[in-house]
Design a protein around this ligand. Structure first.
Ligand code: ATP
Ligand code: MG
Length: 211
């Protein structure tokens, strides 16, 4: 079963944090590639609570972002979705996400999966030193963002593995803007997510074009 370790040694759990407003195929390909690369037993998608890095814009309610993430990941037996960040009060900090997941599975090895852009911001996160105690970090290539020494900032290179994933120039911002302009998002996000967005009229058409 997908729920039992497939090899000796600790269970390996990928952690894919994100706003997921909406989740798209860039997220899913990155998670799938890292799952295969590290032979992860599972990848946990963790939608953020109040996303402190996005204070400049309105983020969709957590329950919508959570349900879209469930819909997008439901078919993959190795993918699951955690509510730890949306059920915690206040803004989401990665350190809290990793502490909570560690408390749930004290014996597991955690692999925190992040795109090149988020990796570059790692030192805006609190408690950087403890972050490296709690998890391995996996940086995924992302079109438009360099993955060089600069992107690593001051992160110890031995604590980060860079993984090149098939380039998908998809972003949630672009998906929202396309919806607001009345353009299709079919095939950028899973079909069920297209339908969920239509059903709940997320990102309604707006000629002014607020992202
Ligand atoms: P937004 O445009 O609203 O910032 P986003 O597309 O960047 O949305 P997030 O929810 O911010 O999506 O991203 C969650 C994680 O997924 C981040 O680590 C981000 O770098 C990574 N990611 C997002 N899109 C891609 C992509 N196309 N390829 C690789 N990684 C990605
Ligand atoms: Mg982003």
């Amino acid at each position: 079963s997908a729920h039992e370790p497939q090899r000796p040694g600790p269970r390996r759990i990928g952690v894919m944090g994100g706003t997921f407003d909406p989740i798209h195929h860039g997220h899913l390909v990155a998670a799938s590639e890292v799952q295969a690369w590290f032979d992860l037993d599972e990848v946990v998608f963790v939608p953020t609570g109040a996303p402190w890095q996005k204070a400049h814009r309105e983020v969709s309610p957590a329950e919508h972002r959570y349900l879209m993430t469930v819909i997008a990941t439901a078919a993959n037996p190795r993918f699951r979705v955690s509510r730890v960040d949306i059920d915690r009060d206040g803004p989401t900090y990665t350190i809290d996400t990793l502490r909570d997941l560690r408390a749930q599975r004290p014996d597991a090895e955690l692999y925190f999966i992040t795109g090149a852009d988020a990796l570059a911001e790692i030192f805006t996160w609190r408690d950087a030193a403890e972050l490296f105690e709690l998890a391995n970090f996996v940086g995924c290539t992302r079109p438009g963002y360099d993955m060089d020494a600069d992107a690593l900032g001051g992160i110890p290179p031995e604590r980060v593995t860079l993984v090149e994933i098939p380039a998908l120039a998809i972003s949630s911002t672009d998906c929202r803007e396309r919806k607001r302009r009345g353009e299709p998002i079919w095939y950028l996000v899973p079909d069920g997510v297209v339908q969920y967005i239509a059903k709940h009229d997320l990102y309604p058409e707006d000629p002014e074009g607020t992202p």
